[in-house]
Write a protein that binds this ligand. Structure first.
Ligand code: HEM
Ligand SMILES: *[C@@H]1O[C@H](CO)[C@@H](O)[C@H](O)[C@H]1NC(C)=O
Ligand SMILES: *[C@@H]1O[C@H](CO)[C@@H](O)[C@H](O)[C@H]1NC(C)=O
Ligand SMILES: *[C@@H]1O[C@H](CO)[C@@H](O)[C@H](O)[C@H]1NC(C)=O
Length: 325
């Protein structure tokens, strides 16, 4: 059993690496082992800090993966999601959508600054921490290229039109991902992140009232109505995955999808298109294949509109630009 698992993981490492090398050749900007000469322990420091954070709070893996998605989809992977309000950024992205994990990112950044001050960008820290969350919470690892630099701007109006919404149908989701250079396969593979973490009732009640969405399994809908009563507190939190460990990143999501037991329209709609439904079925049937696809898609997402070379800066703290203004 242990041997079979490690053989799978070794294979996966190779497959993800092969996929990732192709991505980086195509974009030609980010590099593997980017900090090998400037901060050889950078990736290890992120991994150690991330592992400790998730062992203290097993829900943090999901928070870090979602932060990376929101960073990359809005203005590219430039750590704009991490900036606090300031004179030059009076309405930063983070005011628009409440996300978890900011203090975890600060702790990881502090651990990296302790080994190499001023060298590793917050955008790379988010990418490595998301990769390591998959390792801790999903049991698979893959190389993630580095070299992203941190942007100076964060503007909540950039959210609209950049991030997909949970009431979207499959065509709109495919278009939203295409706008970022990602494919339908990336959409389906990355949606597997909804196997872990938490969701507020407010995102689910539109599918329950006045009448339950008929694409929900009726038993599941009844359980959701119990957990999220009409007119109840929208802030109540549900586990994304009620059928196995909600802190486990896995292909269970695709089995839930086939059973009508997923939280959002944007999840369930993936079964309504023949192409995306086939991809979802393949991911349900082949856990290692899904891991490799998820890994490749995370690397691809991590290349969206990155700042490199002399663009941007390396922030000293992730919540503010170095000028602090
Ligand atoms: C396809 C379009 C997507 C939509 C419409 C969407 C929407 C949402 C919504 C509404 C929530 C609940 C937020 C809350 O209640 O606070 C959520 C949670 C989450 N999403 Fe997505 N998402 C999408 C894609 C992704 C992708 C690509 C990833 C990462 C690869 C991702 C990772 C997560 C995670 C991990 C959570 C749980 C966060 C936590 O525990 O704090 N999502 N998503
Ligand atoms: C944010 O974006 C809006 C819309 O593009 C723009 O009007 C506004 O000036 C921007 N804010 C900052 C501080 O750049
Ligand atoms: C809905 O889920 C319940 C409980 O898991 C299961 O017994 C039932 O067969 C499902 N119904 C459909 C239509 O899939
Ligand atoms: C989640 O699982 C628990 C225990 O199996 C069950 O009592 C609850 O109704 C489920 N909630 C939802 C929303 O499916």
């Amino acid at each position: 059993m242990a041997m079979a698992t490690s053989a799978c993981q070794a294979l996966l490492l190779f497959m993800a690496f092969a996929a990732a090398v192709l991505m980086s050749t195509a974009s030609g900007t980010l590099q593997y082992n980017f900090y090998s000469s400037t901060c050889p322990n950078a990736e290890q420091a992120v991994r150690d800090a991330t592992t400790m954070i998730i062992s203290d709070d097993p829900t943090m893996g999901a928070a870090l993966v979602r932060l990376f998605f929101h960073d990359c989809f809005v203005r590219g992977c430039d750590a704009s999601i991490l900036l606090d309000q300031s004179n030059s950024n009076p309405q930063p992205e983070k005011l628009a959508i409440p996300l978890r994990g900011y203090s975890a990112v600060d702790a990881i950044k502090a651990a990296v600054e302790a080994v190499c001050p001023g060298v590793v960008s917050c955008a790379d820290i988010l990418a490595y921490a998301a990769r390591d969350s998959a390792m801790v919470s999903g049991g698979f690892s893959f190389p993630m290229p580095g070299g992203r630099r941190d942007g100076a701007a964060s503007n909540l109006t950039d959210i609209f039109g950049s991030l997909p919404a949970p009431n979207m149908q499959v065509q709109a989701l495919v278009q939203s991902f295409a706008n970022k250079g990602l494919s339908a396969g990336d959409l389906v593979a990355l949606s597997g992140a909804h196997s872990f973490g938490v969701t507020h009732c407010s995102f689910v009640t539109p599918r329950l009232y006045p009448a339950a969405d008929p694409t929900l399994n009726a038993t599941y809908a009844a359980a959701l109505e119990q957990a999220c009563p009409q007119g109840g507190a929208g802030g109540t939190v549900l586990n994304n995955n009620n059928f196995s460990d909600p802190n486990r990143l896995s292909n269970q999501y695709y089995r839930n999808l086939a059973a009508g037991e997923v939280l959002f329209t944007s999840d369930q709609t993936l079964t309504t298109d023949a192409t995306t439904n086939k991809m979802a079925q393949d991911n349900a049937a082949d856990p290692v294949g899904w891991m490799a696809r998820f890994a490749g898609s995370m690397v691809k997402m991590g290349g969206i509109q990155v700042l490199t070379g002399h663009q941007g800066e390396i922030r000293r703290v992730c919540s503010a630009t170095n000028s602090g203004s």
